[in-house]
Each structure stands twice: as structure tokens, then as C-alpha cells.
Design a protein around this ligand. Sequence first.
Ligand SMILES: [Zn+2]
Length: 278
Amino acid sequence: MSQPCIICVAITGSLPTKASNPAVPITVAEQIESTQEAFEAGASIAHCHVRDDEGKPTSDPERYGRLKEGLEKHCPGLIVQLSTGGRSGAGQARGAMLSLRPDMASLAVGSNNFPTRVYENAPDLVDWLAAEMATHGVKPEIEAFDLSHILKAHEMWKRGQIVDRPYVQFVMGVKNAMPVDRDVFDYYIHTVKRLFGVNAPWCAAGIGSNQIVLNEWAIAAGGHARTGLEDNVRLDRERLAPSNAALVERAAELCRQYGRPVATWQQARDILGIPLKA
Ligand SMILES: [Zn+2]
């Protein structure tokens, strides 16, 4: 049987608003409800950002704490991944929630351009975030916006800055960063297998209408898939996605088409080496 596919749901992000899609969960209560539906639809990882009372991105550890607690209560077994991305804060504030000891956190290991700004990840901040994750037993997910980020993750693993074999996510289709390019995608897979082993798990995310493209490429090529309203708020040109769960169901349908079982949370924890914390 082919390997189960882990579906990660990126529920909120930093950018989408109720104006872009009313289904985007903004408050912690909305986030818990939306994630529970997505979990029941087959997601086994939730990638989470939090917003302040005005709906703006924040790295507030108190909010992250409430969200994590709610998800653990309502979605038992779900892998909770908190974002340390740079749109929600600056400097070490981006990692202030790592002491909550979530299962995972996102980690960008290099800089690149975003649509209207530089996505700045200075070497000393990258080292600090990785050290905090190691201290608190948090597994990083490497957000690879560029080939160099995969090689940087390998270097950090060899130096012991990243404890376990890195789990790399290829991010494609962010304007001014890496476009959706099949040859590059194939070379990313080749590089992960070369550096981390032929069985190393990897994941891919596409932005906007490319979400479904990257879902299909990853599922067909044996990788894992990220979906959710953070990256894309539409089902197609005409229709907004009614929920995060609807996007998870769309990815699960692709899994069926390609003969990949959707990973349960137990299988996802096994594949990624993340035991359930007491
Ligand atoms: Zn994110």
C-alpha cells in the first residue's frame, strides 16, 4: 500500500481577512471550530497564526496558549504547529510562543522577497529560533522558499542545531519568491532525498490557485500536502471556499484519485517522529 498522505491545514495566516472570505477564522473560538471541522475531514497538522482584537497578526503567546489548549481539547491527537513567520512580529518576539511546547513550529532559515517586502530572516535570529525549538522539544518544519533553504536546513542538522531529520515544506507561488515550476519542484525532491535520505518525508504548499496544483504534484510524487485558507481562499474562479474543511476534503479527494490513504493523526505522528506529549 502506498504511504499515507499527511494533510496540513493552514487555517488563518497573516493576510486573509473576513473581507477576502468570511470563512477565515480570526478569533481563537473561530479558529478552534474551523480546525475541528478540518481535523474531522482528514487534516492531521494544523498550521496556526493568531490575530489581535483588530484582526491584525500578532505573536502574542497568551493567544497562542489559548488556541493550543482549545485544539488539544477539541482535536485530540492533532499535530499543532505554530508559526514563527515574520509577518506576525519582529525579532525574538516571533518565537515567544515556543515555550508553550507545541508539537511543531514553522522555521524559515533564510531570506527572500515577498510580494511587497523583504522576508527577512537574519542568521542570528534563525539560530535563536532553532535553539529555542531544540530547548523546548518543538519539531521545526522548514519553510523552503528557495533551494538554498533546503541546503541550509541540512547544514543546521549536521551541526546539531536541528535535532531530528528536517521536515521540509516547499513553498511555491509567492509573488517575487519561487514560482510554481515543475523542474524546480522535481529538483527540490531530488535534493531532499539526497541530503536527508530516500524515505525522508516532505511537503508542498502552493499559493492561491496554485494550491491545488501543488497538492496534486505532492500527492502524486509521494509527498505530503498543505491546504487551508491561509494560502488560498477560493475553491475555483467562481467560488469562495466555504471552510478550511472544504479545502481539506479537496486534498483528500486527490489522495483517493492517486491511491494514497489520508494519514490519521497517529500515522502522521509516526511518519514525522512526534510522540503525543503528556
Ligand atoms: Zn503561516
